[in-house]
Structures are given as C-alpha cells and as structure tokens.
Write a protein that binds this ligand. Sequence first.
Ligand SMILES: NC(=O)c1ccc[n+]([C@@H]2O[C@H](COP(=O)([O-])OP(=O)(O)OC[C@H]3O[C@@H](n4cnc5c(N)ncnc54)[C@H](OP(=O)(O)O)[C@@H]3O)[C@@H](O)[C@H]2O)c1
Length: 255
Amino acid sequence: MRPEHPIVLITGASSGFGEAMARLLAAQGCHLALGARRLDRLEALATELTQAHGVKVFAGQVDTRDTASVNAFVAAAAGSLGGLHVLIANAGLASGTFKMWETPDEDLEAMMRTNVEGVVKTIRAGLPHLRKAGWGHIFFIGSTAGHQPYEGGSVYCASKFGVKAMAHSLRLEVNGEQIRVTSVDPGMAETEFSNVRLKSDDKAKAVYQGVQPLKAYDVAECVRWCLMLPDHVNIDEMLVKCTDQASVHKLHRRA
Ligand SMILES: NC(=O)c1ccc[n+]([C@@H]2O[C@H](COP(=O)([O-])OP(=O)(O)OC[C@H]3O[C@@H](n4cnc5c(N)ncnc54)[C@H](OP(=O)(O)O)[C@@H]3O)[C@@H](O)[C@H]2O)c1
C-alpha cells in the first residue's frame, strides 16, 4: 500500500540534484532523510523545509564510501522517521578529465568508491526498510556517461555504466515485490558537478558557456514524476538531456 506521506532517503542532498529533489519532494508532502558529508548545509535545508512544508526531515552526515557510516546513517534515519519507503542513491562525482592511462589512484578510487560502491552500500542498508514497509521505490542516478563513453571520462563512464548494470540487476532481483526500480540518467546539468570535477569555478563556468543546460530542478522533476505514477507503472530508465545537447559529443553553443 502506497503511504500517504512517503519517507524518502536522499544521498548527496547538500547540493545539486539531491538538494532540488529534497525541495520538490518536501513540497509534495514527503518526509525526508538527507545525507551528505557537509552536515551544515543539510541542517539548514532541513530547518527550511520543515518550516515551509511541515514535513519531518532528518539530516545526517554520511560518507557513502564507508560501510559503517552508511549503515549508521540509514539506521538513524529510519529510526527517527519511523521507516523508509524511497531510496535515492544520488551521491556521486566525476574527478578530473584524465586519459585512462593518466588517471591518478586518488581520482580512480573517489569515482569507483562513491559512484559504484556507495550506491551498493546505500541500497544494501536501505532495502530491508522498504521490504518491511511492503512498498518502495529505488532511484539510481546514472548519466548519459553510462550510455555513451567519451574521451577523458573512462573511469566516470565506467562507473555510470556500472550504475546502469546495477539498476538492471536489482530490478530483476526484486521482481515480485512491490518495489519499483528506476534509473534517471541526465546529460549536462549545471550543479556543483563541474566545480568538483575540474577543481575550478572558472573552468566550471566555461563548461556551460553559450548553452542552456539542465537545471537541478529539471532532474528532480523527473524523479517526482516517476515516483508519483501509479504503483503498477515502473519507469526503468529515463535519459534526459537539455535541448542544446543532442549527444555527448554534439552540443549547440550560442556565440
Ligand atoms: N551535473 C551533471 O551534469 C550530472 C549529469 C549526470 C549525472 N550526474 C550525477 O548526479 C549525481 C548528483 O550530482 P550533482 O550534479 O547534483 O553534483 P553536486 O552538486 O556536486 O552534488 C553531489 C552530491 O554528492 C555528495 N557526495 C559526493 N561524495 C559523497 C560521499 N562520499 N558521501 C556522501 N555524499 C557525497 C555531495 O555532498 P558532500 O560533498 O557534502 O558530501 C553532493 O551533495 C551524481 O551521481 C552525478 O554523477 C550529474
């Protein structure tokens, strides 16, 4: 049975897509568990959303690369909110634009441990709560990088092809349960993603020069729409790009 006010856990809620999802889903009456490493941002967002929408919001620090940290965060969130219905494994990053043979261990490990291992750890900890509730929805946040590889993105693309594979496998594994599994796979979107990847605000600004990229709210809206569909409807995969981006390699830039 679909709950009237689903309890939604979002990793990577301190900026970008995760923050936008928190804002949009709070406005829909969802209770929220918000996780990321920057707790100060989460606490400010939690206060704001509780006051604006009267929903319950749990804010907890979590490093999704670390099993003990994820398990503690998920247990505290479920304990505080009285369970969990929706998991959004959104925390992730690209680190650098290295050719494969140039990739430093630090960047390699950051991407694989966050984008692949962190997603497994989040869902592994959260799934028992969805099963207990008897109703659930799990969101992966993939990427166009998980559909089409590009130069300088071998490890990031590998991690997002991994996300795509995990979403497919999990959908097979939970078949027969009332648990939907969706991967929302965005193209270029203006968040803190490029600032983190390029370690420079100026370089990040140049990425979006002359283009109208997706906004974080566009991606949050995709999640909201998939979630609000009737229980017998499962969107497996949603590939969403801005109109200026025809493919990973074809981008229309205005002068
Ligand atoms: N923007 C794009 O163009 C784009 C396109 C396709 C897919 N994506 C994917 O969308 C997801 C969200 O990215 P975004 O664009 O919203 O970027 P963003 O603004 O940089 O947000 C990334 C979020 O992930 C969190 N995070 C990173 N490492 C973490 C860790 N080890 N533990 C916990 N939280 C962690 C960050 O919080 P803290 O730093 O506070 O921990 C932040 O809240 C990522 O999976 C990304 O790969 C982005």
